[in-house]
Ligand binder design. Structure first.
Ligand SMILES: Nc1ncnc2c1ncn2[C@@H]1O[C@H](COP(=O)(O)OP(=O)(O)OP(=O)(O)O)[C@@H](O)[C@H]1O
Ligand SMILES: [Mg+2]
Length: 310
């Protein structure tokens, strides 16, 4: 059974195509990630699934039969937007109770549900504070709590952990795992490859409005990633990346620099690491550390698009 079927969806803004012929089927009870860089079309796709935007072509079905903008779909599904939609001049509790009333709960039920959800996201102690005084991370958590009011079987989370500190991020990841074990279907948009990798049963990598590949994180890394990544921390990477690529071209498929680290995709680290090290010394680099690791989803993305994700 599919929670969401996306059938040949096209979306244009001002005649510019931002989603082009998207076809995806999302099984019930899994965590599914849309992974892609800024502007890839993730929010647009989630908004179409949530019934907030209509596609120019194609259609989406919820639970195989429901139109996304139908009342039945709205009962089954909830969307937590990328930008928190909250009232600054109301407290956290008032905000969540306001939304609970919109869902038709009476005052008593709304209070009970609000308390339960604020406790879940660790905000009960801040419930009576004005939201205008909340930190960005607190607003994000309140927004997630609000999206749970109707106890949705399908939860769409748009960048749930962007801007959160690592501890709060792990708390949110823990909640997502818990909802999965309860049988909910979670679709999340993210540009954090560890988030997609750690949480998802399946990932669609989206770039410039197209799904470039879809599969389990393991499948994608095995199929599209290099065998290994050699990461070498150096004192000062030269800004001349072309020169570096040229020097390493016999040992690597892709070379990119992040901070002070030169990352080298290679299919035979045992054979090439000594040559890589020698070569880097010979062109004047001082090496500080060296690590050989398995590819990540970001390496898959770089391999397929030539760009970095984050
Ligand atoms: N209402 C709109 N009017 C015009 N263009 C839009 C509108 N909403 C989105 N776009 C454009 O559509 C493209 C996809 O945007 P979208 O917000 O879906 O990307 P995203 O993958 O969610 O990016 P991010 O990671 O930055 O949130 C972008 O080029 C964006 O500028
Ligand atoms: Mg977005």
């Amino acid at each position: 059974m599919y929670a969401i079927i996306i059938n040949d969806v096209v979306k244009k803004f001002n005649n510019r195509i931002v989603l082009s012929n998207i076809n995806l089927k999302i099984e019930k009870g899994i965590v599914y990630s849309f992974l892609g860089p800024n502007g890839a079309g993730k929010t647009t796709l989630l908004s179409i699934i949530a019934g907030l935007l209509k596609p120019d072509h194609g259609k989406v079905l919820i639970n195989e039969t429901l139109e996304p903008y139908s009342i039945e779909a709205k009962k089954a599904l909830s969307y937590c937007p990328q930008e928190p939609a909250l009232y600054d001049k109301m407290t956290g509790l008032e905000n969540i109770m306001f939304y609970a009333r919109l869902y038709g709960l009476n005052d008593r039920e709304a209070y009970r549900r609000a308390k339960e959800l604020l406790e879940l996201v660790g905000l009960w102690n801040e419930a009576n504070k004005l939201v205008g005084r909340y930190s960005g991370g607190m607003k994000k958590r309140l927004n997630i709590a609000i999206s749970l009011i109707n106890d949705p079987e399908i939860l769409l989370l748009d960048e749930p952990t962007t801007g959160l500190d690592p501890i709060v991020r792990r708390t949110i990841w823990g909640l997502i795992e818990k909802w999965k074990t309860e049988g909910k279907t979670i679709v999340l948009a993210t540009h954090y490859m560890e988030e997609a990798d750690n949480l998802s049963n399946k990932v669609a990598i989206i770039n410039e409005g197209k799904v470039i590949v879809e599969g389990t994180p393991k499948e994608l890394k095995e199929k599209y990633g290099p065998k290994s990544i050699v990461s070498i921390e150096v004192e000062k990477p030269s800004p001349d990346q072309e020169k570096l690529r040229d020097a390493l071209k016999d040992f690597s498929t892709i070379v990119y620099i992040s901070n002070n680290t030169i990352n080298i995709h290679t299919n035979d680290p045992d054979k090439y690491v000594p040559s890589i090290v020698n070569k880097l010394y010979s062109i004047g680099y001082n090496l500080l550390s060296l690590k050989i690791s398995k590819p990540t989803l970001e390496d898959v993305f770089i391999r397929l698009t030539g760009r970095r994700l984050e």
